[in-house]
Design a binder for this molecule. Structure first.
Ligand code: HEM
Length: 450
């Protein structure tokens, strides 16, 4: 019985056009993948533009791909189509080169380092608050994009990008639309000057310019500021060679982009969920008032703000800023009793796993109180994996958690946010999960509420 199953293919939905499922996927990626997992089980076979894809929705199978058997998997060709922007930076590179680059960047993310960034994070958050007023309506996603970009640029590259944050935001939007547009059945090569391709190329050049200036300024000064940028500029390999301009550009661009949009999404979803759940909002406000009493939060306060952390974890459960990860098999292997031929893509979705009722009771409910020690203990490792797992897991996980918690504490102790009327908030599942049109929120100053 087992032997027959091993040779078989997993079940999956029939597709249109030679069995391809890309049309339904492109229309509603989140709904489509969740539906497939529900109907067909833990291993589902799909076809995207001729490519065989297995959707894996069992924590043990995800662990097998990302951790146990990770050496038999590479990054996906879908991801590699983003080379124009990300080049051979950490997200895309592979093998020995990736390992070396990761080792080089790692010290900038050590716990002690991240602790030191805490002060910068809070200072920038407070600076943003200076421009906000009671009863003003803001687009919280735009505000968070701006803030997290300033923070990552300052912490990792000691650069001030405040004036260029709007440009970066616009370019990011174009880049994410470009990523989603690759789900179309017919893809127009980048070289053909369609309006879309022209817009993308212009956005990419603007980002090149901004990142290029950051690197150039540092190279010119020749100074070792002890930050990540200096580490990368001054790093030498075994033969004493430094990174080329292109390698440096790719790493800085990757960290610049990966290091702010995801965190901004986490914060935006958090403020939105709080506005929909007054009892959670009130409990958060109570903790902030009790622990901080209006004082500026610091790193050392975080251990006394357990509810802040639970709110963030629960928000990333329901709206994981990275909602799917993919890998591709090198050699044929067996997954969940099925044959997985070489070149097959494994998709593992945080969106699907984080809402699986087998692991999360009442999965649709925003309930930070579920994150008790017992809950965490009982949860299989890959039933909740906002930062991925295995050797390629997010290098910025600690940075992002500290940043999200500190910004939430700083902002939420000053303001409550009410959802402005006349808007539908919808997730847009591109490479990340962001609110489609942003989220408009009306600020309510806590001191007014008494
Ligand atoms: C809430 C915020 C964040 C989330 C949810 C998130 C999520 C992720 C996930 C799931 C991966 C793994 C992708 C894969 O396995 O294919 C990843 C990789 C990565 N993340 Fe994050 N991330 C966040 C914040 C950050 C920050 C703040 C930085 C940098 C300052 C960062 C830099 C990176 C880099 C460079 C990689 C590639 C790592 C490698 O392949 O070696 N991320 N992130």
């Amino acid at each position: 019985m087992n032997a027959v199953r091993t040779l078989g293919s997993p079940p999956g939905p029939k597709g249109h056009l030679l069995g391809d499922n890309v049309r339904e996927y492109a229309k509603d990626p989140l709904g489509f993948l969740s539906g497939c997992a529900r109907v067909y089980g833990d291993v589902v076979q799909l076809r995207f533009m001729g490519q065989t894809v297995y959707l894996l929705s069992d924590p043990g199978l995800i662990e097998y791909v990302l951790v146990e058997n990770n050496r038999n998997f590479t990054k996906t060709r879908i991801l590699k189509r983003n080379r124009r922007l990300l080049g051979d930076g950490l997200l895309i590179s592979e093998g020995e080169f990736w390992r070396r680059q990761r080792r080089l960047a790692q010290p900038a993310f050590h716990r002690k380092r991240v602790d030191a960034y805490g002060e910068v994070m809070v200072a920038f958050a407070e600076r943003s608050l200076e421009a906000w007023r009671d009863v003003q309506t803001i687009n919280v996603h735009e505000e968070m994009m701006h803030l997290t970009l300033e923070i990552v640029a300052k912490c990792l590259f000691d650069a001030d990008v405040g004036a260029r944050a709007t440009d970066v935001g616009k370019a990011m939007k174009v880049a994410l639309e470009d990523f989603s547009s690759q789900r179309r059945l017919i893809r127009i090569p980048r070289g053909i000057p369609t309006p879309h391709n022209i817009r993308f190329e212009m956005a990419a050049r603007r980002l090149d310019e901004i990142v290029g200036t950051i690197i150039e300024n540092r190279r010119k000064s020749g100074e070792d500021r002890g930050d990540l940028l200096s580490m990368l500029v001054l790093a030498e390999d075994d033969s004493g060679e430094r990174m080329t301009d292109k390698q440096l550009r790719d790493e800085v661009m990757t960290l610049f982009l990966a290091g702010h949009e995801t965190t901004a999404n986490a914060l935006s979803w958090t403020f939105w969920l709080l506005s929909l759940t007054p009892n959670v909002e009130a409990k958060l406000a109570e903790e902030l008032e009790r622990v901080l009493g209006g004082r500026t939060p610091t790193m050392s306060d975080l251990s006394n703000l357990p509810y802040v952390e639970r709110v963030v974890k629960e928000s990333m459960r329901l709206y994981p800023p990275a909602w799917v990860v993919g890998r591709e098999t090198i050699a044929e292997c067996e997954v969940g009793g099925y044959r997985m031929p070489s070149g097959t893509t494994a998709l593992m979705s945080q969106w699907v796993m984080h809402r699986d009722p087998r692991y999360h009771e009442n999965p649709e409910r925003f309930d930070p109180d579920r994150w008790t020690a017992e809950y965490v203990k009982a949860l299989p490792r890959f039933a909740y994996f906002p930062f991925g797992g295995g050797p390629g897991q997010c290098i910025g996980a600690g940075f992002a958690m500290v940043e999200t918690c500190l910004i939430l504490a700083t902002v939420a102790q000053r303001y409550r946010m009410d959802l402005a009327s006349d808007q539908t908030v919808e997730p847009y599942a591109s490479i990340t999960l962001r609110p489609m049109e942003g989220i408009r929120m009306t600020l309510v100053e806590r001191s007014r509420e008494g």
